[in-house]
Design a protein around this ligand. Sequence first.
Ligand code: HEM
Length: 371
Amino acid sequence: MPAAGPPNYWDYLHLDQLLSIQDGLERDETQLKPDELHFIIVHQAFELWFKLAIRELRLARDHLAEPRVPEETVPHVVHHLRRVTTILRLAVSQFEVMETLTPQDFLAFRDKLVPASGFQSFQMRVLEVLLGVDMDKRVRYGDVDPIAHIRKLAETSPSSAVALGQLQQAMAEVTLKGALQEWLYRTPIRGSGPADPGDAAVVTAFVDDYLARVADLHARQAVAMPAALGVDPAKVGERFALATAQARSFLLAEDVPEPDRDRTRRVRAALVFIESYRELPLLAWPRLLVDTIVETEEQLVLWRHRHARMVERVIGRRIGTGGSSGVEYLDQTTAMRIFTELWTVRTLLLPRHELPELPEASFYAFAGGGA
Ligand code: HEM
């Protein structure tokens, strides 16, 4: 029921409730250990930011998952994702506050948390799921699957139902990665869309031209570099030949099962195309969108790194309250990448002056269509 009288600050924010829930397992703030209030508030602040990040991520995903995304919608996707990256950047810096907890002061109450752990942060899992983490391939500790773990807890603890409900809902939704791939798939390459007649030939010609330029540049670099550095030309030659083969394998989607190959080739070609001809008006925002997604993942990776360093400082390399190997497990998670193709493309981009000509440039002037 709304409060009587004019609105005031504390009613609007429900400060009475918000400020009364830092009371720990005892449900009594006076019973907390001296640094426990600090520990609880830092965690709660993180979880509030996660809540907003999840909402913004869903809004970005909704726009991008439209069957057709007009040019003017792309800035909205970027806008929501920028909020996510800004929140994550802020969250990274908040570990400084956590670090004012000394190892000894944490030990005074750490044991009572067992087996609770940030590993059970269902909002972090929702974030991962909505971004597009492949949970079957995700780093685990032992055989503990983060989702199955929450599922199991929900069997015995009624309060875990909220966690499970949120997770299940997220798992039924389109992910940002999925929406991005659909959108990339529809991106016109050399003026041709996937539904246009002869599109496969246009894409193949673009990929072939591009790979020829990559091979040519690598061949020249393989000669110039050893001469400049005075190193073994054979070794350098091998390295560049490998880089050329990897670029080829990636753009031809050789790592993907045959039935999905054509689709993946088009998605990857679109990525290279957007990154390469980004100064064309209709590609400027798409390029920014791709870059913002890379930034979002970069911030998440930095979050993982920063958390691991803070943990190392406070508890060293001991086993986590959730039973993992602690810092070792957390460091393994920093190697995970969700948007692998966006990262890989960076390895094979050509300088502007090495790019194949684009006779269809006028197609990408303003007043065209959206992907
Ligand atoms: C003194 C403070 C902290 C310590 C010692 C600590 C320690 C750990 C450890 C050891 C793990 C691995 C799982 C386990 O075995 O428990 C973990 C996971 C996690 N912690 Fe923390 N943590 C601290 C603070 C925080 C804070 C402030 C957050 C913010 C929400 C947080 C969020 C998480 C998340 C989301 C995971 C799961 C990571 C993953 O599975 O990828 N932790 N933490």
